[in-house]
Write a protein that binds this ligand. Sequence first.
Ligand code: NAD
Ligand code: USQ
Length: 392
Amino acid sequence: MRVAVLGGDGFCGWPTALHLSNQGHDIAIVDNLARRNADNELGTDSLTPIAPLPVRLSAWREISGRDIAFHNFDVARDYDGLVALLRRWQPDAVVHFAEQRAAPYSMKSPWHKRYTVDNNINATHNVLAALVEAAPDCHLVHLGTMGVYGYDADGVTIPEGYLPVRVETAEGDWVEREILHPANAGSVYHMTKTLDQLLFQFYAKNDDLKITDLHQGIVWGTQTQETRRDERLVNRFDYDGDYGTVLNRFLMQAAIGYPLTVHGSGGQTRAFINLQDTVRCVALALENPPQRGERVNILNQMTEVHRVRDLALLVSRLTGAEIDYLENPRREQESNELNAEARRLPDLGLQPITLADGLLGEVIEIARQYRHRCDVSRIPCRSHWRAAAPDR
Ligand code: NAD
Ligand code: USQ
């Protein structure tokens, strides 16, 4: 297959590009390096020393004998560049990771809110319009988020995308429908993913585009089979208060002896997946496209569910780290249950890697190996969901 990986320099995109290349697919990465620029803006850096993308690509060529092409442009702005690439190269599939993905970053200021919406919605809409114009048979695989469903505390089981409902007509008859599960975003970032969903529904219906939306949980881990093959291929590891996600942050904090930063009581329950499973799931989605004219194919890409407090206790038991219960900078439920269906990817062949498989130790090793690169001042989360109340 010819596969364009949009956002292929990022945390999930880079290992996915390598995995697909290793499977024998022809890969072209599109990335405007916005994530590396965000590090410059925030004064942060990956804990692991990630090589510049051209160095990564020549290392991969040296090690695997395979070429990956790189096109440096902004998918949200350079519509003509995107159309030209699709028309010239005619990919069988596009994997779309090219969005601003951090909830705290999206809530930092009006500028960050507007950037996240402009970037994410325009990128997704440009991809859809360009596919209609230049490659209507191409399969689009998008990385969505479990966060589109929200974290209500009512214990209702979350379906894979579509919720069966019965509605009473004016005549008193009952009509059965399947609707998109109601959107319930917890940040401006998560809201962009709920808007993406509506764009997909329209383009699948109106233009018969083949679209798969993978609602992914929080990704933990750093390396995959391919990124481990050479230090120049090492994947990024975010630990700062904006881009670092909870479990990787805890593992890195434990490695440097920093008390684990639990927000509030840590009663928040979230879905998780290991990075190696992420790349496997994308490959499975590519092997199982919907047909033209079918509705958007939605799969929940998560393998286990954990409460934040329990993760802190687990990491503390493994490492002896202290736990700090901090005032929560976010506006979110203090505590929730999470019951979500996630059968479709295992039914396609996914064999999940779980926290219990001992891989936590491997991530701790990575964190220990590179702890000298940590800037402790970047650990606290300084992005607040609501402006401080004015003095009265
Ligand atoms: P990332 O920020 O590391 O990677 C995103 C990549 O896209 C970056 O390399 C960035 O430079 C690029 N990009 C952003 N906007 C672009 C644009 N307009 N044009 C071209 N390139 C652009 O993020 P990630 O963690 O790899 O996440 C990838 C996708 O997976 C996101 O859409 C995210 O919402 C989703 N996701 C991530 C996680 C997670 O835990 N990391 C969990 C669920 C879903
Ligand atoms: N949290 C802490 N301490 C920390 C960091 C986070 O207690 O140091 C808490 C947060 O308050 C939140 C939970 O941990 O309750 C998860 O936060 P997170 O930053 O790990 O994850 P989130 O903001 O939800 O975003 C991440 C990715 C995003 C993806 C999402 C999947 O950045 O791209 O969409 O996970 S999901 O959570 O399923 O929506």
